[in-house]
Design a protein around this ligand. Structure first.
Ligand SMILES: [Zn+2]
Length: 472
C-alpha cells in the first residue's frame, strides 16, 4: 500500500528481449520474401515480430494451460486512463505489450435472438464461456428456452484439466458464475437469493444457487469475495440446514480467508478462498466525479476499508497458478493435463458505475499486475495461452481540460505531473453510470493466439480456448 504501482517505464526492460524477437521475426519474414518496414522498431514491444513469427508457423500450436484474464468493463478508454495516470501517455502497461492484439464485439441478444447492443456481464461471460449469446442477466443458459449450455470450464474438467477462478468480486458475481453454474438470473447467488430463478431451486429439481453450484462443480481453486453469500443456509436437498461453506468443506474444500492462510496452502485438496463478506474492497480511493468537475486531485493509493491481510489480485493469481500447476502436472494427480484459469478484475466496472476515477484506475493497475503474473508464468511455460480482454465497454471518457461536458467530471493530476479530465455521462448524475456497446480489446500470446487478430466476436473466444486445449 502507498507505493506507486509502477517504479519505472516498461520500455527499458522490454527493449533487449524484444529487439531479439524482432530480429528473429524479421528473418522469418525475409525468408518468406516479405519486406519488413524500417519503421518496425523495438519500441513497439515486438508485436509485429511475434505476429510474423506466428504467421510463419513458429511456436507450439497446442496449449497445455490457458489463463484468461477479464478486466470487467475495461474498454479502451479505461485502459488509456490507467496508462495515462500510472505509466504516462507514452508508457506501456503489461497488458499493452502482448504480441497479438485484436478487437471483439460484445452485444447480447433478446429472447428471440435479435441483437441487444449493450451487454451486461452475465450475457457477455456466457458468450465466451459457452460460445453462444444469451439475454442480459442470464448465466450460461439459452436466451429463449432457458436451458443450460456446457461451459469451457466443464469441458476442461471433462478432459482432465485442473480448473480455477479468481476474482475481486463475490465469487457468485456474473463473470465467475458463468464458468461453473447455470442460472436463469444472475441475482440467484446464494440459497436465500432464489426469487428470480424458480426453476433452478433444488426443491424444483434444479441445481440450486450459484454458490452451491460452484462448489458442487468441484472447481479446484476458487478465490475471491462473497463470504456472506457462502455463509447462507441451504434450505433444500441433502445439505439442508448447512451453510454453503460447510457444504464445501464436506466436499473436501479447504477454506481460507486471508493472505496468510492462502500463502500456506500446499494441499492437493480443492481450495475456497473468501477474502471479504461481499466484493473485495478496492485498492485506491479518491473523490468521485461531480457535476461541474472536481478540483485537481491525486489518487490515494490505499483504502481504509480494505482489511489488512486481503490478498491482491496479483497474489491470488500467482497462488492459483502455483496450485493449479501442481495439480495439472502432478504424477499422482488425476489431472495431469494442464489447467484452465480465469482471473477477473471486477471492480474496474463497479467503480466506473460509481463515477469514481481513482477507484477505477487503481483496480485497472491492480488487474495489470495480475496480467504480469500470468505472463511471467507463460514466459517459462510457452505452452500456455494467455488472453487478456474485457467483457464490455464502460462510461469513462478522457475529455479536453477546457471542455464543460454534461454529467460527472473530475480532474486528476497524473504521475507524470499533468492534468487529465475524465467524464462520466452515460446516465443522469445520481444514477449508476452505464456500460457501453463498443467493441473491446482482446490480446493474447501463446498457442492459437493468432485467433484474436482482426475483429472477432466474444463467442469466438470459446472456440479459441477449446481449440488451443484440444478439448473434446
Ligand atoms: Zn457493470
Amino acid at each position: 500500500m502507498g507505493s506507486r504501482p509502477y517504479g519505472r517505464p516498461q520500455g527499458s526492460r522490454q527493449a533487449g528481449r524484444d529487439g531479439r524477437r524482432l530480429a528473429w521475426g524479421a528473418a522469418a519474414l525475409l525468408v518468406a520474401g516479405i519486406a519488413v518496414p524500417a519503421a518496425a522498431s523495438a519500441s513497439q514491444s515486438g508485436g509485429g515480430a511475434d505476429a510474423a513469427a506466428l504467421a510463419a508457423g513458429h511456436g507450439p500450436k497446442k496449449a497445455k494451460n490457458v489463463i484468461l484474464l477479464i478486466g470487467d468493463g475495461m474498454g479502451d478508454s479505461e485502459i488509456t486512463l490507467a496508462r495515462d495516470y500510472t505509466v504516462g501517455a507514452a508508457g506501456r502497461l503489461n497488458m499493452d505489450t502482448f504480441p497479438l492484439t485484436g478487437a471483439y464485439t460484445t452485444y447480447s441478444v433478446d429472447s428471440s435472438g435479435k441483437p441487444d447492443y449493450v451487454t451486461d456481464s452475465a450475457a457477455s461471460g456466457t458468450g465466451w464461456a459457452t460460445g453462444h449469446k444469451t439475454v442480459n442477466g442470464r448465466i450460461s443458459k439459452t436466451p429463449g428456452t432457458d436451458k443450460p449450455m456446457t461451459t469451457i470450464l466443464e469441458l476442461a474438467q471433462k478432459n482432465g484439466l485442473a480448473t480455477g477462478s479468481v476474482t475481486t468480486a463475490e465469487l457468485t458475481d456474473a463473470t465467475p458464475a458463468v464458468l461453473a453454474s447455470h442460472a436463469t438470473d444472475r441475482s440467484c447467488q446464494g440459497p436465500a437469493d432464489m426469487k428470480a430463478c424458480p426453476g433452478d431451486t433444488i426443491a424444483k429439481g434444479g441445481p440450486g444457487s450459484i454458490a452451491e453450484q460452484s462448489v458442487n462443480h468441484k472447481v479446484d481453486v476458487l478465490l475471491g469475495g462473497g463470504k456472506a453469500r457462502f455463509d447462507q443456509k441451504i434450505t433444500e436437498g441433502p445439505y439442508k440446514g448447512m451453510t454453503v461453506t460447510d457444504q464445501a468443506k464436506k466436499l473436501g474444500y479447504q477454506v481460507v480467508t486471508d493472505d496468510k492462510s492462502l500463502g500456506g496452502l500446499k494441499s492437493d485438496k480443492p481450495v475456497l478462498g473468501l477474502f471479504a463478506p461481499g466484493n473485495i474492497p478496492v485498492e485506491w480511493t479518491g473523490k468521485a466525479a461531480a457535476v461541474g468537475g472536481t478540483d485537481p486531485q491525486r489518487c490515494v493509493t490505499s483504502n481504509p476499508e480494505r482489511a489488512a491481510g486481503t490478498p491482491s489480485l496479483e497474489a491470488q493469481t500467482r497462488k492459483a497458478v502455483q496450485l493449479l500447476e501442481a495439480k495439472g502436472s502432478g504424477k499422482k494427480s488425476s489431472k495431469k493435463n494442464g489447467f484452465f484459469l480465469q482471473v477477473e478484475g471486477a471492480s474496474i466496472d463497479k467503480r466506473d458505475h460509481a463515477a469514481d476515477p481513482c477507484g477505477q484506475i487503481g483496480e485497472t493497475a491492480s488487474f495489470d499486475r495480475a496480467v504480469k503474473a500470468a505472463r511471467d508464468y507463460a514466459a517459462t511455460h510457452p505452452d500456455t495461452l494467455v488472453v487478456t480482454t474485457a467483457d464490455h465497454g464502460h462510461s469513462s471518457q478522457i475529455v479536453p481540460l477546457e471542455a464543460t461536458p454534461p454529467g460527472l467530471s473530475s480532474t486528476l493530476v497524473t504521475d507524470e505531473g499533468r492534468q487529465l479530465k475524465v467524464n462520466y455521462s452515460t446516465n443522469t448524475p445520481g444514477k449508476s453510470q452505464e456500460h457501453t456497446g463498443t467493441q473491446v480489446r482482446i490480446a493474447a500470446q501463446g498457442p492459437q493466439a493468432e485467433r484474436v487478430l482482426g475483429v472477432t466476436d466474444q463467442t469466438q473466444l470459446f472456440t479459441t480456448i477449446r481449440t488451443a486445449l484440444s478439448l473434446r
